[in-house]
Design a protein around this ligand. Sequence first.
Ligand SMILES: NC(=O)c1ccc[n+]([C@@H]2O[C@H](COP(=O)([O-])OP(=O)(O)OC[C@H]3O[C@@H](n4cnc5c(N)ncnc54)[C@H](OP(=O)(O)O)[C@@H]3O)[C@@H](O)[C@H]2O)c1
Length: 299
Amino acid sequence: MATVIDGKEVAGSVIEAVKTASELLQKETGVQTGLAVVIVGNDPASHAYVSSKSKMAKECGFTSVQHTLPEETTQEELAALVQTLNADPSLHGILVQLPLPKHLNSEPIIQSVLPEKDVDGLHVVNAGKLATGDLEGGLVSCTPAGSMVFVRRVHGEDLSGLNAVVIGRSTLFGKPMGQLLLAANATVTIAHSRTKDLASVCRNADILVAAVGRAEMVKADWVKPGATVIDVGINRIAAPEKGEGKSRMVGDVAFAECADVAGVITPVPGGVGPMTIAMLMANTVIAAYRKAGRKAPKF
Ligand SMILES: NC(=O)c1ccc[n+]([C@@H]2O[C@H](COP(=O)([O-])OP(=O)(O)OC[C@H]3O[C@@H](n4cnc5c(N)ncnc54)[C@H](OP(=O)(O)O)[C@@H]3O)[C@@H](O)[C@H]2O)c1
């Protein structure tokens, strides 16, 4: 049976380190770390994410500002708010909760956030820094950054000689995850929907990362014995055992059968999920240190 990573515990340790770093920055420079979270519209899931982000920011000792805009907000109004937040020296991070309502175009909004305040790591400048191996200068997208914390805890900083396979090539996850693994010297394959014989590609992986969005797609015979399996997927499936119409959350990995083969595995829920918000806090305090001219902590 594989060792199961407790994502809540690891995320808790990151949050403790963020708190310590933000307290130290305030003590030594008088700077209080500031995060602005912007939400547009009424999507209940987005509201739940945003309130947990704002709450966590307060727990970390940050100034936390939340802007809740109505569904009918125009592109120009949202763009104007981002400009105001960009210009506010007390704010070190700006997060615009995605997805935006359908009438808004998210890409120009994402690209209008100052790269040094882009704590979601979605700006092309930050993507470019990651792609060129500049891990010290940019901000890395939160979910891949959190997944790398797990990888480092299992394998250390240097992945020389290890094969890593990432299933999924999205801008949000698959591509940056591949870049991070490559920067740590792994030999990286990024697989996707056009990959031939995915199972045999995966069987070659010492580190297998699944970010697809297909419930329990990765089976036990896709996993190399002893491999580290990181499950990023979030899928809801019917759970009639919990009552009529009920559902439960599962990942992209068939957990029970893969746990018999893997060396280390992350569960869903309670694996990668809690790390995303922890790394958002980490990116915000990193941005505050840089703004204050201090060497940023590592998480
Ligand atoms: N906080 C978190 O824990 C967190 C954060 C981000 C994402 N997620 C979850 O991670 C999953 C992926 O997210 P995403 O944003 O990267 O999704 P996405 O943009 O939909 O990308 C999915 C990727 O999976 C590939 N794919 C689809 N079907 C496939 C198949 N049968 N075989 C191999 N590859 C296949 C796609 O290939 P093509 O490019 O060829 O279409 C694409 O590259 C989702 O379940 C999402 O909810 C979780």
